[in-house]
Design a protein around this ligand. Structure first.
Ligand SMILES: Nc1ncnc2c1ncn2[C@@H]1O[C@H](COP(=O)(O)OP(=O)(O)OP(=O)(O)O)[C@@H](O)[C@H]1O
Ligand SMILES: [Mg+2]
Length: 249
């Protein structure tokens, strides 16, 4: 699809958002760019945009089926997701089932310590301020969210965690943590936006604990796209794999 005919609304680090004729609908284009470490490490990985859009679409479909409202309308083609336009809330909502990553650098948790109930952590999404951890009082004082909306965000997030954790385990994948973003639609409803992909989640093989996500890129390891392909291959059914030409297994 040629996005040249569409006005660019936002060019992020891994996705671009374009206008459509309908002011409430946007095109989210998943690019092959990948970054880590607050944007310091950068690369382009062929096919990443396609895979992430297909994986995100699958997760959004599962969540919609569980009555969770998402931006997702449909995939126009690999990499190109027709979505509801949202006024994004600048929070990175992180859910942690197992201790990994930055949590271990910041707090004295044990590696792979399990959390039940899960931990929900929120970071202020701001390149300028380097995404600092935030609390409810600060978020409310900054004026982009109310206490009621924060409660609603937590309620939806826990449900998303529950639905995806169970789905993934059936596919042989553990779900240590993930980051999501919410926005408001034109009716003021809180809607899940952005993406759910190996860029924004940790996925580990349930038998071997093999890493199947962006941590491979963060650590400079090879086989990043093989891991993303493995995730797609496990979560898609045969018809979907054929439709999107996912070749593995
Ligand atoms: N449905 C939507 N409507 C409007 N904007 C959206 C929607 N979904 C996501 N966005 C926004 O589009 C942008 C996508 O950019 P992208 O994820 O590539 O980079 P980033 O968020 O700037 O950086 P990073 O994800 O690396 O922190 C983000 O600002 C996100 O909040
Ligand atoms: Mg982003």
């Amino acid at each position: 699809m040629n996005t040249k005919n569409h006005a660019l609304l936002y060019h992020g680090k891994a996705k671009s958002v374009y206008k459509t004729d309908d002011p409430e609908i946007v095109i989210v284009k998943f690019r092959d760019d990948i970054t880590a470490g607050d944007g310091e490490k950068k690369d382009t990985l062929s096919a990443k945009g396609h895979l992430n859009s297909i994986i995100s679409a699958k997760f959004f479909e599962i969540l919609e089926a569980a009555d969770i409202k998402t931006q997702y309308i449909k995939l126009l083609e690999p990499g190109v997701m027709l979505s509801h336009r949202l006024d994004m809330i600048p929070l990175e909502v992180i859910t942690r089932n197992i201790a990994a990553g930055s949590l271990l650098r910041k707090f004295p948790f044990k590696d792979k310590q399990e959390f039940d109930p899960p931990i929900i952590q929120m970071d202020y999404k701001s390149d300028e301020f380097h995404d600092p951890m935030i609390n409810d009082d600060i978020a409310v004082a900054l004026g982009f969210v109310t206490r009621e909306e924060l409660n609603e965000i937590r309620r939806i997030t826990l449900k998303i965690n529950q639905v995806l954790k169970i789905f993934l385990l059936e596919k042989g994948i553990i779900f240590p943590d993930f980051k999501i973003e919410f926005g408001k639609n034109h009716k003021g409803e809180i809607i899940l936006g952005d993406e759910i992909s190996p860029d924004s989640c940790r996925f580990w093989d349930s038998k071997t604990c093999e890493v199947l996500d962006k941590d491979l890129f963060r650590k400079g390891e090879t086989g990043v796209m093989d891991a993303y392909l493995e995730v797609a291959s496990r979560i898609l059914d045969d018809n979907e794999k054929e439709k999107w030409d996912i070749k593995l297994v």
